[in-house]
Design a protein around this ligand. Structure first.
Ligand code: 13P
Length: 251
């Protein structure tokens, strides 16, 4: 059975105190849950990663970063490397989020380099991708997603895919309150899995956790997660409230 994952992308929210209390509350909420085959990941901002790692100790909560630079080290003012993340106990990094692609001009080429650098440094990658509203309206969404995967990920050999988690996030559903219908999510996730069969093999495709992201809330999580090719979610806004996040984990 594929691993189910609920990951909270906190984006640029929560200072030190808020990080402390949110980790504490999630920890308390999930303590009694039977989380077999289910992972819970949170991604606070860089400066609070060491604190989150410390506070999440002895719990099911894992801590991820929201981004990293592709170079090992050097003159890249303001950037953070894979090794630095490793050194503070972070094991997972989100790459390719649409906000990074849009506001920080991260191209497929840059993302491919970031993925390679992360895996080289033994970081697991949550790789995000998804089409714009216009792509869906013009019925090119499958092509757009296929290209994002091809250009950002398919340079990897099959054996490295065990360290990848995919997160399909249609850009039109992020922070808009508009969710893809469970059928739309399932349709795209099944398509993504078929691409993995074509590019790699059945085993890679079967084992891959494919998360859905975009306005997932306690009210819609269960239905979306019930689809056979949806293996959990990448949650933005609703991951900032311990009770909402917990309700989504329970789904
Ligand atoms: P929302 O859940 O706020 O729509 O954000 C989704 C997201 O971008 C997670 O990475």
């Amino acid at each position: 059975m594929r691993t189910q994952i609920v990951a909270g992308n906190w984006k640029m929210n929560n200072d030190k105190d808020a990080t402390k209390s949110l980790v504490k509350d999630i920890k308390k909420n999930i303590k009694s849950l039977d989380l077999v085959n289910t992972r819970v990941i949170i991604a606070p901002t860089f400066v609070n990663l060491p604190l989150a790692v410390k506070k999440a100790k002895k719990s099911k909560i894992e801590v991820a970063a929201q981004n990293m630079h592709q170079a090992e080290s050097g003159a890249y003012t303001g950037e953070v490397s894979a090794k630095m993340l490793q050194s503070v106990g972070v094991k997972t990094v989100i790459l390719g989020h649409s906000e990074r692609r849009t506001y920080f001009n991260e191209t497929d080429q840059i993302l491919a380099e970031k993925v390679t650098a992360a895996l080289k440094n033994e970081l697991e990658v949550i790789f995000c991708f998804g089409e714009l509203l216009n792509d869906r309206k013009s019925n090119t969404h499958f092509e757009v997603v296929e290209n994002q995967l091809k250009n950002g990920l398919f340079h990897l050999p099959a054996e490295e895919f065990s360290n990848i988690i995919l997160a399909y996030e249609p850009v039109w559903a992020i922070g808009t309150g508009e969710t893809a219908t469970p059928e739309q999510a399932q349709e795209m996730h099944a398509f993504i899995r078929s691409l993995l069969v074509k590019q790699y093999n059945n085993k890679v495709a079967d084992n891959m956790s494919i998360l859905y992201g975009g306005s997932v809330k306690p009210a819609n999580a269960k239905e979306i997660f019930s689809k056979p090719d949806v293996d959990g979610g990448l949650i933005g806004g609703a991951s900032l409230q311990a009770d909402d996040f917990t309700a989504i984990i329970k789904s």
